[in-house]
Write a protein that binds this ligand. Structure first.
Ligand code: HEC
Ligand code: HEC
Ligand code: HEC
Ligand code: HEC
Length: 289
């Protein structure tokens, strides 16, 4: 579900931004108050004087990168190759003689573009201003430069920060992973029936997985926002990916747990959670533990 604002936080609306930031009593101003505001007005350490546009680091209204299944994407994909959670033993020192992850049940796919969109900054391999359509009329020049904070030299997120996930994703929660340990049944993947529930064979997973077609596209989500018939911003999106079994297509990706626009909510001390980390609600939204 897209959220349309009445205000003009968007393409270079510095005045609105300054107004909202200057008035702490006013309700949340969304992405402008987060570390994903990479302009000099942002609250984080990674920022640039190269532009005052917030969205342009990720989206462009025209000429977006169609190789990425994130909307109107304005970045090149990283050329990195990744290790996945399939190989947790790779770190060594565990005493286990295999590089395999013994406990995993579901299939893990190669990292897909829906998560590569995030990794195009978060694997630390390329400049955060490596854009397809740079800010400004007729501007095809790549990059804005002018970085300050942790990353002056390259414009990439600095190594050593937790936010730089690197290319060894074996030490991160699995992504490109089938939901339910792979064992889903009952998904009406060929019907247009809204709100059909997918069942998990594996009782270790929350079973309120919904499944519908929106504009002909198959979508899945874990119900969270109390409106079961609609997929909302606080529902956990399970992305549709091509696993081998016809029904086993809901996949956990970066965007399942994170919404890259939202501020801290509840007692979270981290931005961009779709569901609060308070009481580990985000984990318990999927895992029955
Ligand atoms: C740090 C990267 C980043 C920035 C900055 C960013 N977005 Fe996004 N945006 C994304 C990603 C990734 C998605 C896809 C999320 C998903 O899979 O649901 C997205 C999705 C969207 C969507 C469609 C789905 C939704 O969640 O509503 C809209 C609309 C949108 N962005 C608008 C904006 C606007 C307007 C701005 C600037 C004020 C902005 N975004 C800034 C990364 C970003
Ligand atoms: C244009 C570059 C860029 C893209 C694309 C991007 N991020 Fe970020 N993100 C950043 C930067 C910079 C930070 C702040 C890093 C720091 O200070 O350690 C950050 C911080 C975060 C944080 C930590 C927030 C906090 O409060 O500490 C999360 C979570 C996050 N990003 C998730 C995502 C996800 C998920 C996506 C894809 C949907 C994404 N990001 C895409 C640049 C990006
Ligand atoms: C299963 C849920 C889940 C998935 C999937 C997930 N994250 Fe996170 N992520 C979290 C939680 C929870 C936190 C907060 C951790 C904390 O409080 O330190 C977090 C924190 C982060 C941070 C901040 C790290 C720090 O400690 O400063 C970044 C950056 C981030 N995630 C990016 C990503 C990216 C990029 C992906 C996909 C490659 C991803 N996440 C996938 C749940 C998830
Ligand atoms: C969007 C749903 C979702 C969320 C939210 C989620 N997980 Fe997961 N998690 C999964 C799936 C699916 C797997 C893969 C399980 C399998 O196939 O064996 C997994 C795997 C794991 C594993 C590895 C299990 C193994 O067998 O090796 C751990 C540990 C884990 N999650 C912990 C967490 C924690 C901690 C959180 C909260 C920070 C969390 N998860 C949030 C869906 C989720």
């Amino acid at each position: 579900m897209s959220r349309i604002r009445s205000g003009l936080i968007g393409w270079a609306s510095g005045a609105v931004l300054a107004l909202t930031l200057g008035m702490p009593g006013i309700a949340a101003a969304g992405i402008a108050n987060t570390k994903h505001n990479l302009t000099s007005a942002g609250p984080g350490v990674n920022k640039t004087t190269g532009t005052d546009q917030i969205c342009v680091f990720c989206h462009t209204p025209h000429g977006s990168n169609l190789a990425v299944s994130a909307p109107l994407w304005n970045k090149a994909l990283p050329a990195s190759s990744y290790k996945t959670y399939n190989s947790t033993g790779d770190g060594g020192g565990s005493g286990v003689a295999t590089t395999a992850t013994n406990s995993i049940d579901g299939q893990i796919l190669a990292v897909g573009s829906v998560s590569l969109a995030c990794l195009s900054c978060h694997d630390g391999s390329q400049a955060m201003d490596n854009m397809v359509n740079a800010p400004g009329s007729g501007s095809t020049a790549i990059g804005t430069g002018g970085w300050s904070g942790a990353n002056q030299a390259t414009g990439a997120i600095k190594a050593g920060l937790f936010s730089n996930l690197g290319v060894d994703l074996n030490n991160d929660h699995p992504i490109g992973i089938q939901y339910c340990g792979g064992g889903v049944t009952g998904g009406a993947t060929t019907s247009a029936a809204a709100d059909a529930t997918v069942s998990c064979n594996d009782a270790d997973f929350v079973t309120t997985v919904k499944n519908a077609k929106i504009n002909g596209q198959q979508v899945f989500w874990v119900e969270r926002d109390g409106t079961a018939t609609k997929r909302g911003k606080e529902d956990i999106i399970l992305y549709t990916r091509d696993f081998t079994s016809a029904l086993a297509t809901p996949s956990v990706e970066c965007g399942s747990c994170h919404d890259p626009h939202v501020e801290t909510k509840g007692t979270d001390n981290v931005n961009f959670m779709r569901v609060t980390t308070s009481g580990s609600q985000i984990c318990l939204a999927c895992h029955v533990k």
